[in-house]
Design a protein around this ligand. Sequence first.
Ligand code: 1GP
Length: 236
Amino acid sequence: RDLYQEILKAQHQKQKLLAILLDPDKLTLESITNLVSKISQSPATHILVGGSSFEGNHLEELILFLKQNSHLPILLFPGNSTQISAAADGILFLQLLSGRNSEYLVEQQIKAVPVLEKTNLEIISTGYILIESGSETAVERVSQTKPLDRNNFDYVAQTAKAGEFIGNKLIYLEAGSGAQKAVPIEMITTVAKRISVPLIVGGGIRSKHGIEEAFTAGADMVVIGTAFENDLNFFD
Ligand code: 1GP
């Protein structure tokens, strides 16, 4: 299975992708049975696993359980190099393009290499761009970086394009988990027009309308975390 080729194929066929983000920090292994059956009934096409702060405690168990009970591909969405498990299918190998902290531009990536070399994870280079969203988010706090101005569409699009030129295979526009305001729709349109690699959008999207708007604007994949965490019936 080649997850990136599947994403590209979906992009070309204009089939929109929906990822549910599970943060191991906020989940107990007891709650997960119910959660997995809800995910199976939902329109989700991917499961992302990760968070900004956890230290990878029950990551492996969580992923093994998900693998046994769901057919959806599982992509790691790591906050740092400790959040890697060989049990997943692939990893969004993130580079925080909006920030100027070398730790998240290259240091964590170097630390991850010896771990990744022992796995068969599909590694998908992803330019990760944090957008200002109303108040400080966990990504901002943990990475100690400033998000990009939510009104400067052109600079954000230029940053995304630089990621593509560097070799990022995906671009992820992130408002931050639980963000007050999601990524502006017009920004999604501007970035989607400028880049040719698939575009992921997430953070602060709380309604079906919000998901549809992001798709219409040009997002290839939308990520939903908090809305599903708070209401397991969100996708009903
Ligand atoms: C966070 O983009 C994801 O990295 C999802 O955000 O929790 O706000 O849905 P939410």
